[in-house]
Design a protein around this ligand. Structure first.
Ligand code: ZN
Length: 183
């Protein structure tokens, strides 16, 4: 048995001993459970609630039920996507009104995260590239010239000597790994 499975089984056995201590009754159907078919259930479904995190970790909201009973309950209680979104919007708004300072801080944090992510809409568009970068030894025109000469058969090494760069740097430029914003 691999260690992950073993640890999982041990956790389940420990949890089941707790179930037995608590009377071993399925929260849904009231019948006895075995260590194989019990599952942890939330009395109030937490995911679609107003306070999902609080409900998820609230021990008073946790009960045990047959796996089967738990699944059936989840399927029945499941809301549509639109309903879930509406609920979330309301809870967001309530949270915002209750903790304006905290909310602001969170928004700021999320914004900074997006700003650092090149795939996001908040990533700065005018980030310095090429010669505007300030550290560059060459210009866009040089890049065009290098690519032209390379395409005409000149070696990367001879171009490198001409522009005072290294051979790998020329390789990066002509293969468009560097200066990729220059056509
Ligand atoms: Zn049951």
């Amino acid at each position: 048995m691999d260690p992950g499975t073993a640890a999982h089984r041990l956790r389940r056995l420990l949890m089941f001993s707790l179930v037995v201590q608590l009377g071993n009754k399925c929260f849904r159907c009231g019948k006895e459970m075995t260590s194989d078919d019990f599952s942890v259930a939330h009395k109030v479904p937490w995911l679609d609630s107003e306070y999902p995190v609080r409900l998820f970790f609230d021990l008073n909201n946790v009960s045990f039920s047959h796996k089967k009973c738990n699944v059936i309950c989840r399927i029945i209680k499941r809301k549509s996507k639109a309903e879930r979104l509406a609920t979330r919007r309301i809870s967001d708004k309530k949270y915002r009104e209750k903790n304006p300072e905290k909310y602001k801080k969170q928004q700021r944090k999320q914004y900074l995260k997006r700003k650092a992510d090149p795939g996001s809409r908040d990533y700065p568009k005018g980030t310095a590239k090429g010669e505007r970068h300030g550290h560059s030894k060459i210009t866009s025109l040089d890049v065009l010239e290098m690519r032209r000469r390379y395409s005409e058969g000149e070696t990367q090494f001879s171009i490198a000597v001409d522009f005072g760069l290294s051979r790998p740097q020329i390789g990066g430029i002509v293969n468009r790994k560097q200066w990729s914003h220059v056509p």
